[in-house]
Design a binder for this molecule. Structure first.
Ligand code: 3HC
Length: 311
């Protein structure tokens, strides 16, 4: 039988009262949030890697500065999200160890290679576009620290999406070769971007509980449909062909019908067997090891400060 604490908790959630760190919460709620928020943070940090490879090869100073700003933002998003997760009783070390030991996930999308500058445009346009759709819903998450982190992240994310679409515009309306690169980027990033929203609702292990707890406010399939409906007209404007022969507007549904997603690919990429998983983890682990002295120095400094205060 439900304890009256659990009943009281669910009544608060049902009345849209935010749950705060010191409130009582079911263990499962805490566990789900630690998993999802730390995975979200890992995605932001790992997401810096594919873009980082193009900072030295950006086609102009303006594009280089934009890309540096975006990468810096993603690092900041990771910090907000790790901090939000720490309010649930986990630590940064535990979360980072879980990632490096393969016990924690990050978004499938960052396991693909960035083959041309047009990919940087497609990432901003599609990947940040998909992330925004997901994150706008998360602004209404029942857990206060997560919902508040989302408010600020969404504002910065829209700059990322716009600068990505501007790159796509300059290439799609550029030379024939540039348009071909833009089309190739769309072809390679479209389906993995749809997979970012997770498995189908009927396959999703966590959705029903997460929706009852109002962690998830809109289902995976509904968010995916929102993204498709918003993005197809943007591709049409660019004069690019959508890499899905089954994609077509369905007047009576008021949505685009689209082809079957290759769920086996999502499973493969999420379980570590994507094109760049090993490279991404090796880069993360090396960065963490190279930065150990900075963490030790900061800890030594903090200890000295504490001793001085106590003296
Ligand atoms: N990549 C990796 N793992 C995924 C995934 C994806 N695209 N989609 C689902 N999964 C995992 C889930 O984590 C879950 O793993 P588990 O069984 O080990 O717990 C499993 O697949 C089943 O999926 P569910 O739909 O049942 O799980 P969720 O209820 O957690 O829903 C989710 C998945 C929609 C991704 C949800 O976790 C979520 O909204 N997370 C926050 C959003 C997020 O992480 N975004 C990262 C996007 S990239 C980004 O933000 C950077 C931006 O700046 C570009």
């Amino acid at each position: 039988p439900e304890t009256d604490e659990a009943a009281h908790f669910q009544a608060k959630v049902d009345r849209e009262i935010k749950i705060e760190p010191r409130d009582w919460m079911p263990d499962g709620y805490r566990k789900t949030l630690v998993r999802q928020i730390s995975q979200h943070a890992h995605s932001e940090i790992v997401g810096m890697l594919p873009e980082g490879t193009w900072v030295t090869r950006a086609p102009s100073l303006r594009r280089k500065v934009q890309l540096l700003a975006k990468i810096q933002d993603e690092g900041g998003h990771g910090l907000y999200l790790y901090s939000a997760a720490e309010t649930l009783g986990t630590s940064r070390e535990e979360m980072v160890d879980a990632l490096h030991e393969g016990r924690a996930k990050y978004s499938n999308i960052f396991n693909y290679p960035v083959l041309s500058w047009a990919d940087i445009g497609a990432i901003g346009w599609l990947v940040d576009g998909a992330a925004i759709i997901n994150q706008i819903a998360l602004c209404r998450c029942s857990y206060g620290p997560y919902a508040r982190a989302m408010e600020r992240i969404c504002r910065e994310e829209s700059f990322h999406q716009r600068q990505g679409y501007e790159i796509m515009m300059s290439m799609a309306f550029g030379t024939k070769e540039q348009k071909r690169m833009a089309q190739s980027a769309l072809d390679r990033w479209w389906w993995p971007s749809l997979m970012m929203f997770g498995p189908s609702d009927r396959e999703s292990a966590h959705s029903s509980q997460s929706m009852q707890w109002k962690i998830k406010r809109v289902s995976n399939d509904d968010l995916r449909q929102q993204f498709i409906d918003m993005t197809v007209p943007q591709a049409d404007y660019l004069g690019l062909r959508m890499p899905d022969p089954d994609l077509k507007w369905n007047e009576e549904r008021g949505h685009y019908d689209f082809g079957e997603i290759d769920w086996a690919e999502l499973k493969r990429v999420v379980s570590g067997d994507g094109p760049c998983n090993k490279e991404r983890m090796a880069a993360r682990i090396k960065a963490h090891e190279d930065g150990a002295w900075v963490r030790d120095a900061a800890a030594a400094y903090a200890e000295k400060q504490r001793m001085r205060k106590e003296a």
